[in-house]
Design a protein around this ligand. Structure first.
Ligand code: AMP
Length: 420
């Protein structure tokens, strides 16, 4: 061990486990790539105001969890705590919305940073794959995103997840509800923190995990009863489209989510094997966000799925992904000439698309065979002076133990045929 350790709340992805993370990222991205979403990458930090205006000054994410700093040049920046605000900023900056092809559909994958109290499934550095569909108000688009996330999780073999669905209303009906809820909450006997929250972010209180608070909330006005006709019809259509697609969901009228920008459709994917940090992904519609960050009106919808928690969900369900072997062929040279010949052969195999590795460092046969075993290779190539004199290399099948000489000139083809 060195003097240093990974900072608190972070961890390193290390082989062989890191392969699972890559596979999860790819599995989440695959349905998006297949549905018209283009890849976008934005910086790991942004002007702090993008998040305070976009995500919301009153949210935990902005008020407590943001890594904010001032550069030597005096710029006030923050490590990105989430992806949506950055992606929308980038789309507006590049005028993607003006290309006459709405919605602009984008997907991304990257690192996010929140100064949270670390625990299992909750880290200060974590990884998300996300998708945003910018500039269209269409219930089919909301449904599409939920269906694609469901497809991604299912493609990984996950089954013990549930989809929670709600509508948060729009700028017509939500303020009316907010007033009604505040009226109800102000009459309660609550701690100071909650009292402050009543004034700045009352909907968030519905989400309070404490039993005592939940008991006090019995009889609180529910948003469902305040939705305007347009919001009701919109939500009903999202639900119908999901049902028609065979995607099951649960209506959760207390689902408000921790970001201020959501309107109408909101949803969360929760996994039942994860304990308290059960949300594996979430998202919703954010029709007002573009205007909040100085853009034109662009109704949009998106989600972000957590890679770390998705990996934990796989573990909880005992799922081991079938990952392609990292090495198919491992070469073990015996002697100096064999080293040159086999190294050239390995290079050729790699250029032909065969995953191949080589015994480096001048190990003896025993040590080299150990490395071959550890590599998980299906075949080992061994060659000594006598083999080379005969123009062959020995191909050892690591499953059967059987060893056959193959002509050196034909080795690449012979190996490819066997692996096919
Ligand atoms: P949110 O933007 O908070 O809805 O986050 C979307 C998803 O990102 C969550 O469902 C989690 O899977 C993941 N996530 C959020 N915060 C963290 C964290 N601190 N550690 C690990 N994963 C997280």
């Amino acid at each position: 061990m060195s003097t240093f350790q990974a900072p608190k709340g972070t961890y390193d992805l290390i082989p062989p486990d890191s392969a699972t993370y890559l596979a999860v990222r790819e599995a989440i991205a695959a349905p998006l790539k297949n549905s018209g979403y283009g890849y976008i990458e934005t910086p790991g930090f942004e002007n702090i105001e993008l998040f305070s205006r976009g995500v919301g000054e009153s949210t935990d994410i902005v008020s407590k969890e943001m890594y904010a700093f001032e550069t030597k040049g005096g710029d006030k920046l923050a490590l990105r705590p989430e992806g949506t605000a950055s992606v929308l900023r980038a789309a507006l900056e590049a005028n993607l919305h003006k290309a006459g092809n709405l919605p602009v559909k984008l997907w991304y994958s990257g690192s996010y940073y929140r100064y949270e109290r670390p625990q299992k499934g909750r880290y200060r550095h974590f990884s998300q794959v996300g998708a945003e569909a910018i500039g269209a108000e269409d219930p089919a688009l909301d449904a599409e995103l939920i269906i694609l996330a469901d497809q991604a999780y299912r493609s990984l073999g996950l089954r013990q997840f549930r989809i929670l669905l709600n509508s948060l209303g729009d700028k017509e009906c939500r303020p009316v509800y907010r007033d009604a809820l505040q009226g109800f909450l102000r009459a309660l006997d609550v701690d100071e923190d909650t009292r402050r929250r009543i004034e700045i972010n009352p909907l968030r209180i519905l989400d309070d995990k404490r039993d005592a608070v939940q008991k006090q909330l019995v009889g609180a006005p529910m948003l469902r009863d305040y939705l305007c006709d347009a919001c009701k019809a919109y939500h009903e259509e999202v639900r119908e489209l999901l049902t028609a697609a065979g995607v099951t969901y649960e209506d959760d009228e207390k689902l408000v989510r921790g970001l201020d920008y959501y309107t109408r459709t909101t949803f969360e994917f929760v996994h039942d094997g994860l304990g308290s940090q059960s949300a594996v992904g979430g998202g919703g519609r954010y029709d007002g966000l573009s205007e909040m960050i100085g853009g034109p009106a662009l109704p949009s919808v998106g989600w972000a799925l957590g890679v770390d928690r998705t990996v934990l969900a796989l573990e909880a369900e005992g799922i081991e992904l079938e990952l392609p072997a990292t090495t198919s062929v491992f070469a073990v040279p015996l002697g100096e000439e064999a080293r040159r010949v086999l190294f050239a052969l390995v290079t050729e195999l790699r250029r032909a698309g065969v995953a191949a590795d080589f015994s480096y460092g001048g190990k003896g046969l025993k040590g080299a065979m150990k490395s071959a075993n550890r590599s998980g290779a299906r075949y080992t190539l061994v060659a000594g002076e006598r083999d080379l004199a005969e123009g062959v290399v020995q191909l050892k099948d690591m499953e059967s133990g059987e060893q056959t000489p193959v002509a050196l000139v034909d080795a690449v083809n012979a190996i490819r045929e066997r692996l096919a």
